[in-house]
Write a protein of this length. Structure first.
Length: 617
């Protein structure tokens, strides 16, 4: 496992830190969350309010634990939150007026932002809001001047993970699965976590993300509207597990058991004890899993999983229903997750034998009521044994196989399938600054080649490289950036799109056929010709031309344009630009923003820029 090049020290410091100082650190983007061991935002609104009430009454609170370090060759400190994620989020979201608290007279009050210097500017820029019925100024100032007990350490990543595991083994504990993941270092834990994120829709390219991005990547809660709508997740939509269980990572347990079967075979036990052994370093199961994953590859395994999942969805979508409604005719509360696993593994084994669904509607009808008729020992029995599971898989295979045909499938590019889906998820979530979409490079009104569009792509890539020098900027040609554009494409060409997490994949195939003599070579030659004349530095031009890729995604041709900083600020036509959301902002030479840009980009290590944008995978 790759470890970060960072400063390490055995020193530990304990001090009181004003809430005002922590909020300034938060605004400056100094607080990070490591998704390898940190859970999602899970506190309810009531838990947040109770914690804020504790501070307002000046009562003591538990210690916050921070890992402080510099990412070499950076000069500024980053701060990973080891313990205190939920509490920090409660504090900062209260200051931002995201919820009120009951105080003194029993009424609900919002934080008074006037207690913050520069609050009016922050409100105008959208960083803060101010609701009515605010706390008095003095109480809000007192809140900001409350000293949080903060312990800071600079130990290495491995020790940070161990500290996190130990802290959460006592007190208010993590769920069993969260603890398994938190204490595990290896390919299996990465595979399970990334697959779970992929299915929920909160996958990110990097494990280390800003604290401010956590709400976008967390499950919505009662009265807390986070980025992932829990009722729209795969697991809840199909009524496989409850909202409560997905919050305690029951989905990851299911995925881990499925991968255990896929990698170790049908003798792998589905018990909790066996599941524990999957994560236990140097256990026989863990060693076997790590070797199998290394041999097959995380991307290939995730690709297999995603294809089976797509078939599963297609079965029930074909009859406008869901898993639970079709499989159970009686009201069942137990065993749904087990029957899902059996069905998933039946589909997996059939696919491994080159058997593919020929008629999804017929499959859906054949599965009607099988939870009651074929799998009653799962829903009625407490134990989930190897024999019971394998018998269920065998029965479901016998039901599915008559509706399947045998054919040899082309391998395809599993790496790019997952890479693209990850990018589309990131582009519509927490990392949208580093992504942009273009439907094509043809002016649909005139039917002519749109040189300005290609120039805009290059300009956008240079601005992305300036904005986040350590990340790769990506522009995807063949994706509409909104539903209106997708409908315009449909009206012009008479063909539809694929929707992936609110992104609209149109492809460039219709454009090629109508305007480019169906030749992708002519299309890319024009791209290269325009880019070769763009007013950018030679190394930037060379990088863009060298690294673009043509891929096929579910029958749609796409072009991926990429650019990453190489140790200096990038210019476009002798001017500097940064990206704010989906817009480009000119950076005036000599301004404070310009000085920050110079510092930020010069700190990037001068290495090859052809790094895959899925290095975390």
């Amino acid at each position: 496992m790759n470890r970060r090049e960072r400063t390490v020290s055995a020193e530990m410091h304990v001090n009181g830190t004003y809430i005002l100082d922590t909020f300034n650190d938060y605004l400056e983007g100094n607080y990070y969350v490591n998704r390898k061991y940190q859970r999602k935002l899970v506190w309810t609104l009531e838990e947040k309010q109770a914690f804020i009430d504790t501070i307002l009454h000046q009562y003591p609170v538990p210690i916050f634990l921070i890992a402080k370090y510099k990412m070499l060759p950076e000069e500024f400190y980053r701060k990973d939150i080891i313990d205190g994620l939920q509490r920090f989020n409660a504090i900062f979201s209260f200051i931002k007026n995201e919820f009120p608290v009951k105080f003194k007279d029993g009424s609900y009050y919002y934080f008074n932002t006037a207690a913050l210097a520069g609050s009016e500017e922050m409100i105008n820029s959208g960083i803060l809001t101010q609701n009515d019925n605010r706390l008095d100024y003095q109480t809000s100032r007192k809140f900001l001047n409350y000293q949080l007990p903060v312990t800071t350490t600079e130990v290495d990543d491995t020790e940070v993970e161990e500290i996190f595991r130990r802290i959460n083994s006592t007190g208010r504990k993590l769920s069993t699965q969260d603890l398994r993941q938190a204490g595990a270092v290896g390919l299996f834990s990465d595979l399970v976590r990334k697959t779970a994120c992929y299915i929920r829709g909160d996958i990110t390219e990097n494990d280390l993300i800003l604290l401010s991005e956590m709400p976008i990547l967390s499950l919505s809660n009662n009265k807390l509207e986070y980025g992932i709508k829990v009722r729209e997740t795969f697991w809840v939509k199909h009524d496989i597990i409850t909202e409560t269980n997905i919050r305690v990572s029951r989905d990851e347990e299911i995925i881990a058991r499925i991968y255990g079967y896929m990698l170790l075979g049908n003798k792998a036990s589905p018990t909790s004890q066996t599941l524990d052994s999957f994560y236990e370093l140097n256990s026989s199961n863990n060693v076997a899993l790590e070797k199998a994953i290394a041999d097959v590859g995380i991307l290939n395994l995730m690709d297999k999983f995603s294809k089976i999942l797509a078939d599963f969805n297609s079965i029930f979508e074909s009859v406008n229903s869901n898993f639970s409604a079709i499989v159970f005719k009686t009201k069942v509360t137990g065993g749904k997750a087990k029957i899902f696993q059996a069905m998933f593994l039946a589909l997996y084994e059939l696919r491994e034998n080159n058997k593919y669904i020929n008629d999804f509607v017929a499959v859906a009808k054949s599965l009607s009521g099988i939870g009651d008729s074929e799998c009653s020992e799962i829903t009625n029995a407490r134990e989930w044994s190897v024999t019971v599971r394998n018998n269920a898989i065998r029965r479901i295979k016998s039901i599915l196989e008559p509706q399947m045909i045998k054919k040899i499938q082309s391998k395809g590019n599993s790496e790019w399938k997952l890479k693209l889906e990850t990018q589309l998820l990131a582009a519509s979530g927490s990392e949208q600054q580093m992504y942009d979409f273009k439907m094509g490079i043809t002016d649909l009104d005139k039917g002519s080649r749109n040189k300005g569009c290609v120039s805009k792509i290059v300009k956008t890539l240079t601005s992305m490289a300036n904005t986040q020098p350590n990340k790769e900027g990506v522009v995807i040609i063949g994706v509409a950036d909104n539903l209106k554009a997708a409908k315009m494409h449909q009206s012009h060409y008479g063909s539809g799109w694929l929707e992936v997490n609110k992104c609209y994949v149109t492809g460039i195939d219709d454009e090629l056929k109508k305007y480019w003599n169906n030749s992708v070579d002519k299309y890319t030659s024009y791209l290269e010709q325009v880019i070769a004349e763009e007013p950018v530095q030679d190394d930037v031009r060379s990088q863009i031309l060298r690294n673009y890729e043509i891929i096929e995604y579910q029958g749609k041709t796409l072009i991926i344009m990429k650019c990453k900083n190489s140790g200096h600020s990038f210019t476009y036509d002798r001017e500097f630009f940064e990206r704010e959301g989906s817009s480009l902002k000119k950076v005036e030479i000599g301004s404070a923003s310009f000085n920050e840009l110079m510092t930020r980009t010069l700190q990037v290590e001068r290495k090859s820029v052809t790094v895959s944008s899925l290095t975390a995978f």
